[in-house]
Design a protein. Structure first.
Length: 259
């Protein structure tokens, strides 16, 4: 399914761009997400999800497919699987940043494929929940990028005039009483032999991107989808509850008449 969302961050576009292309800075702002490994443009992590009393843990990988610095456009492909095999999720997310009223506007286009229990929400509810999650993400990102208050300038005290130095009487230069000792020449290291050259270790070269170890993150609280979709679920369930109540009331009236 195709989902479109928008958000706004009150920070310069350059700072927002540097944050969204850095997994270590952007991951803590996503509800329920924990980053575990970063290797070049690829990364791995987990997402904790709750559906009321049901808890799910998605383990997955992601990769930056495109980073356009000039257009401030980034495309990320990610996929994950529930640790108990209850469902899968895969998404290709395209984020485009533009300047707006002194801040930064973000447009997010998501091609999402999801299976398992979260898929029971349906397209409309998933889109609504996704929008609320992005609002939470934007609020966290705004807090991280908020400019710190500038310190008040401190007035410099005028420097006191330094006292004039007292005149120093010149003394005659003493004549050397002994001859200087000869300076020892540094020892010259002999050239290495052929056997030593062949046994010297050579640095191993690799074309793989450097693997960055991510510090252990604190315990991440799971994202409860029912908290984000509570009002929407209530609106959808309310007509059903009213219909059930009407049927129960009708049955009670019929039984009373029979008596």
């Amino acid at each position: 399914m195709r989902l479109d969302h928008e958000f706004t961050v009150p920070a310069p576009i350059g700072e927002v761009w540097q944050a969204v292309v850095d997994p270590e800075r952007v991951a803590p702002c996503m509800p329920g997400a924990t980053l575990t490994k970063v290797e070049g443009d690829k990364f791995s992590g987990t997402v904790k999800v709750k559906l009321g009393p049901i808890s799910l843990l998605y383990k997955g990988n992601g990769e930056f497919l495109e980073k356009d610095d000039a257009a401030h456009k980034v495309t990320i492909k990610a996929s994950g699987k529930d640790s108990r095999g209850a469902g899968t999720a895969a998404a290709t997310v395209t984020l485009t940043l533009t300047e707006a009223d002194g801040g930064t506007h973000g447009a997010v286009a998501t091609d999402l494929s999801i299976t398992g229990k979260p898929a029971q929400f349906g397209r409309g509810l998933i889109s609504e929940v996704g929008g609320k999650i992005l609002d939470t993400f934007a609020g966290c990102l705004s807090g991280k990028l908020a400019p710190s208050p500038e310190a008040a300038p401190v007035a410099e005290a005028p420097a006191a005039a330094a006292p004039a130095p007292a005149p120093v009487a010149e003394s005659p230069t003493p004549e050397p009483t002994s001859t200087p000792e000869p300076v020892a020449k540094p020892a010259v290291k002999p050239a290495p032999t052929t056997a030593e050259i062949n046994t010297d270790p050579k640095p191993a070269s690799s074309d793989r991107p450097p693997l960055r170890s991510v510090p252990a993150a604190p315990e991440t609280e799971a994202i409860d989808l029912l908290d984000y979709a509570g009002q929407s679920v209530l609106k959808r369930v309310a007509p059903v509850l009213l219909g059930i109540a009407a049927v129960v009331g009708l049955v009670a009236i019929i039984r009373a008449l029979r008596k």
